[in-house]
Design a protein. Structure first.
Length: 351
């Protein structure tokens, strides 16, 4: 069935775009119209649709570049179909679900929203990938994928969506606490381009991720997650994410291996420190390790915006090794195209 879907350019008979039933031929006409006359986000959608229905067995796309230079990858269409079916099954978002598409179709998360709709038979509505959503849209939706920034800035309208998956960045404890107050189903996902978006998810506020079907997990010698997901990847994907494996289907994410700071022989995990600081700092921030002659690396706190004085209360909850040795301010963080903070690049802007 999956091969048929991929090889024939399958479009589910219940697929709708902005409420209109479209088959393959009419969808391609829409794609050409988007490219010719559409807004930026519609042109990106049109370009992907042409890629999806061409004769190549793969779609070429770039990684986000969170931890380095973005690289171009070829994702097999059959893997993308399998991923779409797994998502629909895991999140119970089947045929006729009404979905909101509010991510850029330049990146894998936005592309996969379209694939899910086409393969599963969703009624998908396109919206500009803005931080503020649903301002003039009173429709009720069954499913949407958002980044945490959209969830934060559109909080008052999120109840229009029954089920939300969040990706593209860590959900802060403060945001998680707010989201848990809503009478809807919200999940944080563990995802990457190499695995065709998410291979695991957890309800916001829960400590552990649950793997999707047909995903096996382990760790390498560093303690980083290794993923065996034959339906969406060829071979094992070894990550730079430090994890605590609970059992065959559950793991706790600890932080990025390449972010770990060795300060005076003590290993510090920036993501865990940042979580402890989250209730006491309003602007965006991150912690980082800078070279130090005595300690090897010294922990610094980097805050976005104008300089201000931090009281000692900000550092309550940190142990003595986790307290930053220095606080730096930068006017604006450097980000990837998908909005992720580039820590090393940001520090280069500080004189």
């Amino acid at each position: 069935m999956n091969n048929y879907m991929y090889e024939s350019g399958f479009v589910h008979p219940r697929f709708r775009l902005n409420g209109i039933f479209l088959d393959k031929e009419s969808l391609l006409r829409v794609a050409y119209d988007f490219i010719k006359e559409g807004a930026d986000f519609e042109r990106a959608t049109g370009a992907f649709l042409l890629d999806w229905f061409d004769d190549k067995p793969y779609v070429q796309m770039k990684t986000s570049g969170t931890t380095g230079t973005p690289k171009t990858m070829k994702l097999l269409k059959r893997h993308m179909v399998n991923s779409a079916l797994a998502t629909a099954d895991f999140f119970e978002a089947g045929t006729n679900a009404r979905a909101l598409h509010c991510l850029s179709s330049q990146f894998v998360a936005g592309k996969m929203m379209l694939v899910r709709a086409i393969i599963v038979g969703w009624d998908i509505y396109l919206a500009a990938p803005s931080s503020v959503l649903l301002e003039k849209d009173e429709r009720q939706y069954d499913f949407a994928a958002l980044v945490p920034l959209q969830a934060e800035y559109s909080f008052e309208r999120l109840s229009q969506i029954k089920k939300i998956i969040l990706g593209g960045g860590k959900v802060s404890p403060a945001l998680a606490a707010r989201l848990q107050q809503l009478p809807i189903d919200i999940w944080e996902t563990y995802a990457m381009t190499e695995t065709v978006t998410h291979i695991a998810a957890k309800r916001v506020g829960d400590p552990a991720f649950t793997t999707l079907p047909d995903v096996s997990i382990g760790t390498d010698a560093r303690g980083c997650l290794a993923i065996d997901a034959p339906k969406v990847t060829d071979g094992i994907v070894v990550t730079n994410d430090l994890v605590d494996i609970i059992n065959d289907t559950h793991f706790v994410w600890l932080g990025r291996f390449d972010n770990v700071i060795n300060s005076g022989g003590i290993k510090l995990y920036p993501e865990q420190i940042e979580e402890k600081l989250s209730h006491n700092i309003q602007p965006r921030y991150f912690v980082y390790g800078l070279p130090d002659d005595t300690l090897g690396e010294r922990l610094v706190l980097v805050i976005e915006g104008e300089s201000f004085t931090l009281g000692e209360v900000v550092f309550e909850g940190l142990d003595k090794y986790e307290k930053p040795k220095e606080v730096l301010f930068v006017t604006e963080f450097i980000e990837t195209g998908s909005g992720k903070i580039q820590r090393a690049e940001t520090l280069k802007t500080i004189g």
